[in-house]
Write a protein that binds this ligand. Sequence first.
Ligand code: LLP
Length: 415
Amino acid sequence: MQSFINEVDFFKGNDPRDLLEQYGSPLYVYNEDIIRGNLRRLEGLITKYPYTTNYSMKANSNLSLLKIALEEGLNCDAMSEGEIRLLQKAGYPNDRIFYVPNNVSEEELSFAVENNIMTSLDSIDQLELYGKINRGGRCAVRLNPGVGAGHHDKVITAGKNTKFAITDDQLDELFLVADKYDLKIAGINQHIGSLFMDPAPFLQAVTNLLEMAKRFDKLDFIDFGGGYGVPYHKVSEDERSFDFDSFEKEFEKLLDKFVSEAGYTPLFKTEPGRYAFCEGGVLLGSVNAVKYNAGRKFAGTDIGMNILARPTLYGSWHDIEVIRDGKVVLDNRENITVTGNICESGDIIANDRELPLIKTGDIVCVLDAGAYGYAMASNYNCRLRPAEVLIESQGNVRVIRRRDTFEDLFRNFEV
Ligand code: LLP
């Protein structure tokens, strides 16, 4: 693919220059049609059995986007009291929120109990604490299926090298604690990690979790977590999308086997985050300077690591398109390093990358920025977090979060 933004008509006739002029640079821009399409794909993942998708809102917690996910029929999982409160504000009823925390305080667990929100406990200690707070209650437990997968060690959340979940050899203890507090284990969940394009590890983990499920009394639900990958190299390498069709067939075979062996059909769930909003969001920024050092060319933009942390944090790749005079530039390729405006040498969006020749005054468009983009942005270097705008189906532009102001930045100081 030569240009994603041209191919999908991302801006629907809006000129990126006008968007930056009006809402400030840098700017997160979302495309409603792409988002709704991806949400529907997730929602229809399993058709043969009772199934729900919990959108894992940590990937993007914009209030308007949460409302769109609700309109499309998704439930949500939350990681913290703040996420629960935001989901409530977006209109999610408590019985459509699944709370999947780790290492939380008694106060935070009590908040979930008081709100009647199904909660999954991630360790025996947290199960014990839950039992003390809500004796005789219903809850879930997060299990480690022994297999992990993900785009970086830092986001693999099952297997041996992780803080998450309860392992096979702790199940006896788990049942003892549940009995002690008369807890009903209504469901189990797992999450093996973030971003896989090859479904094999996920399917292995499904197999393992379903084996573990047989040790429990009849469960109301089994949740297999998220992690479905997005092709971050679609422009640079023609990378294809995650193949949901063949995945669904393999997935369903494993569910068939469980249903026939266990003799009952629980509600099945998955909890994707990234897939929901990643491709429907791009990040526009301005090239403020171009320079050389030791023969290497740098394009200096206003997209710092505080605006998009993924490249600095994980060495993640995001395809970049260059826009000049309102149009995508495709020719005159050269090697260039695209950086931000933060005071660290690691503040790099793309390292020594072959891109169309970049000039001062150009606009860069970072693709696949809709997940773990704004959600992980900060005010490092006292920089303002950008606005977020949504391009609606008809091409109207709606501000869904205003840009920070300096007053926002200084609000909490006490002198
Ligand atoms: N469920 C649980 C319990 C999770 O911890 C996560 C992600 C998900 C679901 C959703 O996973 P997804 O479908 O988005 O892969 N900041 C990193 C990703 C961290 C993922 C954390 N947990 C990144 O930018 O790549």
